[in-house]
Design a protein around this ligand. Structure first.
Ligand code: GLU
Length: 316
């Protein structure tokens, strides 16, 4: 018998819940409940610098107002340092991590030099590097370049084969992590643990069998697969949901307050989000209480209805 399905919603408390995040919450809730499974909530507050005061509690209240009742206690990543440190120690014993002193500026300029040296057109034009897309060149792999400074911890990707992630909805994703992103950060120079490490350690701790989240996180999944393998953690299945785009084509972001999940309008907004998920409630239910709409959607849930949908316009 397959294990009981266990899903989760894992918001970062950087601001109030907006409709794009609500879609991920509703999708993961329906997917777990339709299989008779559990649905957990985890507050991803590893990055305390990006946290907005009071946002975590407000997000939890909003979930309640939308009828999204979770199982068990809420796990907060800010309480999990010991577990992340234990995972790093395990990786260190296998020589899968190393200390790195590189700053963002150093990495960007090393990448620029490499790119200008390898691309004649860029060399002629002196093209600046695309800092956001920089692959870590492995400068500290055999020891930190500046040992006395603050150090990050990076995962050594070199010995790992390419990863293929099979998604329940999207086409498979094939990635050579070492060649694409390089040795990625597990603990930052400022002392905070990185999302990639925390998400893998916590999905394992909470026994998550099915990760359901937004498509913007799909290309993080190969890194998470590598960490699961290295830590001997179970491998959940993945379902990446279409992104909600603003009229302009930009992703609805948390910093964008245009479409907050306003509890005062919960029935109307929930039926909109169910429509985006290609499960529009029948007309008689459209302004029904949220729990009635959700009960209908749990019965109706069928991810095949989302096949081929990669983005949703917020105007729909
Ligand atoms: N905390 C992440 C976010 O809010 C989601 C992480 C995940 O679902 O894996 O974007």
């Amino acid at each position: 018998m397959p294990p009981r399905r266990r899903g989760r919603f894992a918001p970062s408390p950087t601001g109030p819940l907006h409709l794009g995040s609500l879609l991920a919450a509703v999708g993961s809730y329906l997917d777990a409940r339709a299989a008779g499974g559990d649905w957990l909530v985890r507050i991803e507050d590893v990055d305390r610098a990006r946290e907005s005061p009071g946002a975590a509690d407000r997000i939890l209240r909003t979930l309640e107002d939308f009828g999204l009742d979770w199982d068990g206690p809420v796990l907060r990543q800010s309480t999990r340092d010991a577990a992340y440190e234990a995972a790093l120690a395990r990786l260190a014993r296998e020589d899968l991590v190393y200390y790195c002193s590189c700053t963002r500026a150093e990495i960007a300029s090393a990448a620029a030099e490499a790119r200008i040296a390898t691309a004649p057109a860029a060399r002629q034009r002196g093209v600046p590097p695309d800092a956001a897309e920089v692959r870590y060149p492995g400068r500290c792999r055999s020891g930190p370049a500046r040992p006395g400074s603050r150090l990050a911890v990076r995962f050594r990707t070199v010995d790992f084969p390419a990863v293929t992630v099979v998604d329940r909805l999207q086409s498979a994703l094939h990635q050579e992590v070492g060649a694409t992103v390089g040795d990625f950060v597990l603990k930052r120079r400022d002392g905070f643990y990185a999302y990639q490490l925390a998400v893998v350690v916590d999905d394992a701790e909470q026994g998550i069998t099915d990760v359901v989240r937004g498509l913007d996180l799909y290309d993080n999944t190969p890194r998470q697969r590598l960490l699961q393998a290295a830590l001997g953690a179970p491998e959940p299945t993945y379902l990446h949901l279409p992104l909600v785009l603003e009229g302009t084509g930009a992703k609805l972001s948390k910093s964008h307050r245009a479409l907050p999940a306003d509890p005062a309008q919960a029935p109307l907004l929930l039926s909109t989000v169910l429509g985006w998920l290609r499960h529009p409630p029948p007309a008689v239910l459209r302004s029904a209480p949220v729990r009635e709409q959700l009960a209908w959607a749990v019965d109706a849930w069928d991810i095949k209805l989302l096949q081929g949908v990669t983005s949703i316009s917020a105007k729909e």
